[in-house]
Design a protein. Structure first.
Length: 115
């Protein structure tokens, strides 16, 4: 069993920055990929960014150039650096880990961007 714990959310003004962290715990051998998603009440969960075990990254078009996903393999920790935040980035951000053959989700951390 793997537990993911996100942190780093909060309230920030538009144009500001936040860094989210996701720390896994439990019986971990290898995390194949880690991702960030976000969700606004009443809407589907939305993909934000992904990073593989070899460091390859991918971003949703809506955050490309503003967000950076990174990973500390020694700690199995993933980060999401969010710059130039917009009110539309307001959501609960969830961490996702692929530990084949299963996937795991964190409990989410709230990010609120005021205009």
């Amino acid at each position: 069993q793997v537990e993911l714990v996100e942190s780093g959310g909060g309230l920030v003004q538009a144009g500001g920055s936040l860094r989210l962290s996701c720390v896994p715990s439990g019986s971990i051998v290898t995390i194949n990929a880690m991702r960030w998603y976000r969700q606004v009440p009443g809407k589907q969960r939305e993909y934000v960014a992904a990073i593989t075990s070899d460091g390859s990254t991918n971003y949703a078009d809506s955050v490309k150039g503003r967000f950076t996903i990174s990973r500390d393999n020694a700690k199995n920790t993933v980060y999401l650096q969010m710059n130039s935040l917009k009110p539309d980035d307001t959501a609960v951000y969830y961490c996702y880990a692929l530990v084949l053959p299963r996937v795991y989700w964190g409990q989410g951390t709230q990010v609120t961007v005021s205009s």
